[in-house]
Design a binder for this molecule. Sequence first.
Ligand code: HEM
Ligand code: HEM
Ligand code: FE2
Length: 466
Amino acid sequence: MKYSSQRVAYPYLLLAVALFALQIVLGLVIGAQYVWPDFLKDVLPFSQGKAIHINLLVLWLLLGMMGATYYIIPPESKREIHSTKLAMVQFWILTIAGLIDAGYLMAGFSEGRKYLEAPWPVDIMIIIGALMFLYNVGMTVLKSEKKTSIQAVLLTGLIGLSVLFVFGNVMVRNANFSIDQYWWWWIVHLWVEGTWELVVAALTAYVLMRLTGIPRGHIEKYLYLEVALVFLTGILGIGHHYYWIGTPKYWMMVGGFFSALEPVPLALMVWNTFQHLKESKTVPTNKVALNWLVIAIIGNFVGAGLMGVVHTLPIINQWTHGTQVTAGHGHMAFFGAYAAHIIAVVYFVLPEMRGVTNTFDQRSGMRSLWWMNLSMLFMSLTLMAAGVVQVYVERISGVSFMLVKNTYLTGWMIMRLVFGLTFTVGVLEFVYDFIRISKSKPMEQTLQNIVTGSFSSSGGAAATRR
Ligand code: HEM
Ligand code: HEM
Ligand SMILES: [Fe+2]
């Protein structure tokens, strides 16, 4: 770590990891409620548990992206962050906003905009936090001598996602339900299939460059092409959410065609990354971070691209809309594309911050990687299969929703819970690893401690063993 202001990334990543763990606890509760409907029903009804599960998801991913940005923007700009004080004030505003939102949802309230059920004062706090963030990052970039395409793509993504939040969340207050839905998709969809893709593309480019030593020029060559393609397909692909909410019919054609093209830029990213890896001359020491990064790229293609495209055409979506097929795609896409990306960045940042990139023990990281990824793959496949059964029995044969849920789907829901539990094993190991690496001491410091005789802490001993 070259710049001391990069340290502000730590509280953001710490909170992101803590909220990820909390999100999973809630996932287990609502997953259990699918199997035993009375489980904790008076303490945390399904509707509230699910709202908190997915609100936390959005919050921790955003915090992760902010932490990652604060970490990579100083070396990219070759200067310290404009104001670390502002970054910390922003951190506390967002933390308090998150706490108020959790309390509001726990108390049984909801604004009804899925993923964004927070009350409006919280929305305002989030907007203030986002503006502080953009100002801070923007000033740092503006003051840098040489502008890079990584800075440009990252900033475009961050500005875009903030603007969309304002459009979809504030402008439509008290609007008619259809209008509200229309703009609401601008947030969730144009985030995950547009602006967030830009943010993670820039993060990938930077981390890949640093982990493997590939020259900047090679990486930048494709960055703009991917970005242009993501934008083209993502913005018009939004039509796949307009089919059934009362928008004009041409959206069926536009949405069907362009969203079917969405896997193209994602496939290009996979191809590109493997190309870069082949070109890289050095053997990367930080294998955990690199493996998570490769998984994120493949996960994006499989979860978003493939599992998205199979239900995106209107003739298919008319049957699968809002079934477990959607949930299967949602889990694999969010986890594969975004959660995995943030975890990759965490594994890149933490060891570097502690000065132990070449020495830290990677066994725990690799174990949690396997637990989480295999579990999520099987969990989403289970949900997709349950969705197909649901389509046949409920949508085609006309058996009622509750009867299908309580009988035909039970086996699949038990399987989902089992994979949820194995996923949790991976999360626990990841949290343990996060704390362990946070506490580790760099080798030089450990050696110095031995020389000066002040060598006593267990953290130091662990670092020598590595
Ligand atoms: C990383 C990118 C993506 C993420 C995180 C993601 C996530 C999600 C989630 C969570 C939903 C459920 C929304 C709800 O709560 O109602 C959804 C719906 C949907 N997604 Fe994606 N998605 C991504 C990319 C894609 C792509 C590339 C396609 C098409 C090729 C696609 C096709 C769809 C369709 C058709 C629906 C609507 C399902 C329905 O009608 O119930 N998604 N997506
Ligand atoms: C222990 C692991 C997990 C379990 C047991 C679990 C369980 C659940 C359950 C039961 C739902 C409600 C689905 C419905 O309304 O029918 C849900 C929704 C959702 N979860 Fe999870 N979840 C877990 C982990 C995750 C992870 C890691 C992510 C993403 C990174 C995630 C993202 C989502 C999303 C986006 C939805 C909304 C999907 C939709 O409504 O279509 N979950 N989860
Ligand atoms: Fe979409």
